[in-house]
Design a protein around this ligand. Structure first.
Ligand SMILES: *Cc1c(COP(=O)(O)O)cnc(C)c1O
Length: 392
């Protein structure tokens, strides 16, 4: 049943043989349920009533006036648990239930995906174990508490750099030993086939809604769409509906301390082809193939890999990828808060900061631009205050 799950040469399955049966089972269940009436009816119910879909496509009138463009924001920040991640956790959580699985496991970096999984686990009455690097647990105590209060168990990972990539490795090990009753709920369009395809499917609701909404509001497609890229799920979610259209698509990576430094998360701008977490894609690695540490002010963009489909979209020239540095992102965070009264997540602030640069170019004057606002900034307030030198 395993097809190769390739995007050009990228993607595929590079895992220990023991995992193959679980990936095959998952693939056939996904293809069985993705167009299944009852499954989709139930998912649609939870997306609306539990998560808060559809999200508005909001016309940012003040910024539009200031920048001389028509700027729209896709408001994923308004969803339950604060970001687009819930679209995928609901989809995969329900899929696991339909597959008869009894337990969910997940990895988390800063905790956003862990929180979304914990919420869905509580709602679907499935126990959740979340693997989290010991380093990240120390930095994100409040998020650990959020997961625990929803009944999830947070398991510290003490191997390697004690961060996200080590947590993914550990979660895969757990899955290998508990394939029968456990679903591994991956949080972005990464990992071996069929994960990049599954996560894209559940996030593509963002693009479908956006297309319908912009046609209602403007009577035509936008000129450009931009979204931040960590693993690549919110961006592929909004891009997917527009790939065949004449719309400029731009992915914005975490430029950290600058692309000339070694401290960034700009995998597509600066990475090379390699294997990480079960698939072939661009990765940040040294010349011996050792995975480097990524850096970004926003935890969600701080990952040394990226979804394989993005590597393909870059290669064929369909999507342009750029990077925004930490200080630029912080400016984006302030800009949207001040002009529109909307505090973006620091991840989303990267897309806002790039939108400002783009709108200021003379050739882009008057264009219609959509920014995917992947999440809200509440989680980042303490960090933003610290970076801006405000005492809290
Ligand atoms: C996790 C996260 C991201 C990055 O993940 P993608 O899979 O690239 O979308 C971006 N924004 C927010 C708010 C997040 O929580």
């Amino acid at each position: 049943m395993i097809k190769n799950g390739k995007f050009g040469k990228y993607g595929g399955i590079f895992v220990p043989e023991l995992l193959i049966p679980a990936l095959e089972e998952l693939e056939s269940a996904f293809f069985k349920y993705k167009d299944h009436g009852r499954f989709n009816k139930e998912l649609d119910y939870y997306l609306r009533e539990f998560a808060g879909r559809p999200t508005p496509l909001y016309f940012a009138s003040n910024l539009s006036k200031k920048l001389g463009c028509k700027i729209y924001l896709k408001r994923e920040d308004l969803l339950h648990t604060g970001a687009h991640k819930i679209n995928n956790t609901l989809g995969q959580g329900l899929l696991a239930k339909y597959m008869g699985k009894k337990r969910l496991i997940a990895e988390t970096g800063a905790g956003q995906h862990g929180i979304a999984t914990a919420a869905v686990g509580a709602m679907l009455k499935m126990p959740v174990d979340v693997y989290m690097g010991a380093e990240d647990i120390e930095r994100q105590k409040l998020n650990v508490f959020r997961m625990e209060i929803s009944g999830a168990k947070v398991i510290p990972v003490n191997t390697g750099s004690k961060t996200l990539k080590d947590a993914i490795n550990q979660a895969m090990r757990d899955w290998i030993s508990n394939i029968e009753d456990t679903h591994y709920l991956i949080g972005s369009t990464v990992g071996p086939h069929p994960y990049p395809t599954i996560v894209k499917h559940f996030q593509s609701i963002i693009g479908k809604e956006t297309k319908q909404q912009i046609l209602e509001k403007e009577g035509e497609l936008p000129d450009a769409i931009m979204a931040c890229v960590g693993g690549g799920s919110n961006s592929i979610g909004i891009f997917s509906a527009f790939i065949e259209d004449n719309v400029e698509l731009i992915g914005v990576e975490g430029g950290g301390k600058g692309l000339k430094s070694d401290e960034h998360g700009a995998t597509l701008c600066k990475g090379t082809t390699g294997i990480l977490h079960g698939s072939l894609s661009k990765v940040l690695q040294n010349k011996d193939g050792q995975i480097k540490e990524a850096h970004s002010v926003s935890a969600g963009l701080d990952y040394p890999g990226v979804g394989p489909e993005h590597s393909y979209l870059k290669e064929i020239g369909r999507v342009k990828y750029v990077a925004i540095t930490d200080p630029e992102a912080l400016r984006g965070f302030q800009l949207l808060s001040k002009y529109e009264g909307i505090m973006p997540a620091l991840e989303s602030a990267h897309a806002i900061a790039y939108m400002e640069k783009y709108a200021k170019k003379p050739e882009n004057k008057g264009k219609t631009i959509i920014v995917n606002l992947s999440g809200r900034g509440d989680k980042d307030m303490f960090l933003a205050a610290k970076l801006l030198g405000v005492k809290t």
